[in-house]
Design a protein around this ligand. Sequence first.
Ligand code: N01
Length: 542
Amino acid sequence: MTATDISPTTVGVRTVDVIVIGAGFSGIDMVAQLLEQGRSVQGIEAGSGVGGTWYWNRYPGARCDCISLEYQYTRFRHLVEEFRPSERYPAQPEILSYLQNAADKLGVTEHFRFNTRVTSATYDQDANRWLIRTDRGEEYRCKWFIPAVGCLSTGQIPDFPGLANYRGETYHTGTWPKGGVDLAGKRVAVIGTGSSGVQVIPEVAKQAASLTVFQRTPAFSLDYGPLPMDAQVRDEFVANFDDYVHKSRTTPAGQYTEPLPHSALEHSEEERNAVYEERWNRHRAIDLIAVYPDLFTNMDANHTISEFFRGKIRSKVTDPALAETLSPRTYPLGAKRMTLNTGYFETYNRENVRLVDLRQDPLLEFTETGIRTESGEHEFDAVIFATGFDAVTGSWLKLNITGRDGAKLADAWADGPETYLGLMVSEFPNMFMITGPGSPNVLTNVVCAIEQHVDWVAEAIAHFEEHDVQTVEADETAQTEWTETCAEMAAYTLYPEGNSWYTGANIPGKPKVMMSYVGGLDGYRRICDDVRDDSYRGFIVK
Ligand code: N01
């Protein structure tokens, strides 16, 4: 019996087999696979169209940090055949149009309810069904509930003193207005120098009368390199696509690379720098940051690549003192996510650009006309917050999820997220997460991580339906063991050193926990397959 056989118990409630929240890479793939199985699916999406993170992040300069040919679905071969990216690294408009086309061709778009935000999701344990409510006053019931809400979709603007008094324009990079923003001739501030800041700053500098960048922590950054796509490279990639899929699925980051078989410290400085230089010129992050196996586990090894990156900054910024202020020294490369840029450091050589180092000149408050730091007041027509996200858990918690026996997800995760394989949470039956905390999620080419999860969940649902299963839930002991394993493995890495969104350290009061499984997507895939083959070990199946 499937959920479609059950009549709604309340007039006006729409009943379906599966609710999927989010129309990004994961939601589109998930809905497509469930439709292939013949299930009734309702997708719900807050945006007015598909795209997920690429729908919202429309700021000038927004571009992916993954090679375009590797940033596509692998399962839908007709899409692979027709995909002709114009640039080696895709800009936001091109990714958005890829996803719009994919959703249309896969027949997914019409199954989404757009401009609709989920306000609560509550498990009805008498009926074994989820009740989903939206901000349009609609209600849905479903057997399987799949939040595919993404890891970086809840933007955060810090609680700066006096912010409410500021009368100028304000923007967050992660919710950039659809029609764009005219910054020509304006005095603009950007706060934040992570991936979004590093990308938006060069573009704003070209338009604004003046740009002031407020930096708390400098970024390590790799150049995107030449952007135009070589048609021959694309054709060869498609001709060897099976080989690419195999390689990407059997590597830790979902991106094939060739690490050297020894520590960075076994090379002389000269040898190392020659290796780094050659890899830098490939303009593919994984080739550089994974070149030695111990760069993310050994502080001395990491120091060598960090220093190489600082040398690049010195070579690009004319003023040596400014170059030093822009050079990260408080954390190892990779402990905060490395950024990619087009002309970021060179932007500081422009006359209309100024850097405020908040470590030397702290931000005191917003005023009606701008920002006051310790050294004085700065007036702005517009302030851009490139201040990041309540990452990984933020978007799940916003859904106001209540499971079995009234358990709240917010309480279950009060000390940090606990999951089994990043797929399910104890006390929340029939709720599958895509790229949830405790999975490799953001430490990979995220499309590979998404495909692994969606394939696994789709196969699991098909299996459970075939065997007339009513409820599936993570076993609490299995969940505790998995969470402990994730924490123990993370402790061997340099990630905890970064005070970044990877660990929740960017949000005041958020528990500091590495929210990704650091053991690699290849190993994780084997664990998930083994769990499946062992009668879904660690799940309570009834
Ligand atoms: O956010 P971030 P992001 N006062 O958290 C600063 C993905 N992404 O949107 O480091 C002053 O990295 C903060 O300073 P600090 C990618 O995975 C990908 O840039 O906390 N400053 C930091 O400089 C990325 O990692 C792409 O000291 C404050 C900045 O704001 C992730 O999204 C493009 C502050 C936030 O940086 C997030 O990137 C864009 C405060 N109170 C995003 N609070 C690509 O594909 C925060 N900051 C390339």
